[in-house]
Design a protein around this ligand. Structure first.
Ligand SMILES: NC(=O)c1ccc[n+]([C@@H]2O[C@H](COP(=O)([O-])OP(=O)(O)OC[C@H]3O[C@@H](n4cnc5c(N)ncnc54)[C@H](O)[C@@H]3O)[C@@H](O)[C@H]2O)c1
Length: 360
């Protein structure tokens, strides 16, 4: 089993990564100083596949688990869903010694983490991420939260889990499109901080798409190491953590412009990564070959790389917050200088951004 430590002083925790370890969650949680009562939060899709293994393992290890199921989907990452979970925990008389387990993708992880941060002013929680995106990104780092009708992730808390327990075998049931969307975040880690990860992705992309076990463990572990390193240095995003947003400025603009329905998050980020790389080239900050390599890798991974022709570049520029009439603050861009290194900058102009967003 591979282990990555997130170093955050007294809030430090381990991420474990291996195939077929879901049934080991009970004994692993027994090592933590927590009470017997555990609520496993999941959704019907993931619950049908993995709830029994988790609940049985917890029972065998001496816990007395209950399951709380919320509907599947981003539109249920809300305060209403949080309220349903609070109500069940209160009805069951869960006290401060109880803990929560988030069994699912990023939606379940963010929602459960938020409930854990706020129920009785904070109870322990464990992440059991089951999507690639959640395994390499959302389960690590302590950002928790729910959406508000006026914006995504607008209500939340920084709240670290006690443990992140990754069973890579859960990825075998994930719809391929979801897996590929998660891969965009792995490519992101290569571009922002690790050329050898990027080289390896170029070499092994077909094996990764075929879910070859050793490749999955390797890319997930390296991604978690990079995220842990960044979060360890800047837990609350006062500086360095912003590099994790590479590709997200234009990515978010595309998600907003398409009403969050056409693209999965990772797909929009893939297009955003190319846009940012092209912006870096246009501003003379990096060589064109960098864009070509990122584009080729994303394309081989099955990800979109072009801004769709029906989205006016001007609209996207405005949505990035680049339009100072709309938003006071100019968006910061994360721009690659070479594979494995990025800079955070607000030294860009709308005309250049608009030009790189035009279909070529
Ligand atoms: N907290 C953070 O730092 C952070 C970072 C990035 C994204 N996020 C959040 O993560 C969320 C997106 O997460 P996601 O991409 O995991 O989406 P998701 O949680 O909606 O999962 C995608 C779909 O896959 C299903 N699923 C999950 N695991 C499965 C499995 N093993 N087999 C079969 N089906 C499975 C889910 O039920 C869902 O239908 C967004 O809300 C985003 O804001 C948070």
């Amino acid at each position: 089993m591979e282990k990555v430590r997130v170093e955050l002083g007294e809030r430090s925790y381990d991420i474990t990564i291996a195939a077929g370890t879901l049934g080991g969650i009970g004994p692993a949680m027994k090592e933590l100083s927590i009470g017997r009562r555990v609520a496993v939060v999941t959704n019907p899709t993931v619950g049908a596949l993995y709830e029994k293994t988790v609940v049985d393992s917890l029972k065998t290890a001496g816990f007395s688990p209950i399951t709380i199921t919320v509907p599947d989907g981003e539109k249920y990452k809300t305060l209403e869903s949080a309220a349903t979970i609070y109500e069940r925990l209160l009805t069951e008389k869960f006290d401060r010694k109880c803990s929560l387990v988030a069994l699912g993708g990023g939606v379940i992880g963010d929602l459960t983490g938020f409930v854990a941060a706020t129920y009785l002013r904070g109870v322990p929680f464990v992440q059991v991420p089951t999507t690639l995106l959640a395994q390499v990104d959302s389960s690590v780092g302590g950002k928790t939260g729910v959406n508000h009708p006026l914006g995504k992730n607008m209500i939340g808390a920084f709240y670290q889990p006690l443990l992140v327990w990754i069973d890579t075998a859960t990825l075998t049931t994930l719809p391929p499109r979801e897996f590929i969307a998660g891969l965009a975040e792995v490519v992101k880690y290569g571009v922002i901080s690790d050329k050898s990860l990027f080289d390896y992705l170029e070499e092994a992309i077909e094996d990764i798409l075929a879910l070859r076990e050793q490749d999955l463990t390797r890319i997930i572990k390296r991604s978690c190491e990079i995220k842990a390193e960044v979060v360890g240095q800047d837990e609350r995003e006062s500086g360095l953590r912003a590099i994790l947003n590479y590709g997200h400025t234009v990515g978010h603009a595309i998600e907003t412009a398409t009403g969050y329905t056409r693209y999965l998050h990772g797909e929009a980020v893939a297009i955003g990564m190319i846009a940012a790389a092209r912006l870096a080239v246009a501003l003379g900050r990096c060589d064109k070959s960098v864009t070509s390599r990122i584009e080729a890798l994303l394309h081989r991974g099955g990800l979109p790389v072009c801004v769709p022709s029906d989205l006016p570049p001007r609209q996207l520029v405005e949505l990035t917050g680049g339009d100072k009439k709309a938003v006071e603050k100019k968006a910061r861009f994360i721009l690659p200088s070479r594979i494995g290194q990025v800079d955070i900058t607000d030294d860009w102009d709308e005309t250049t951004l608009e030009s790189v967003l035009r279909p070529s």
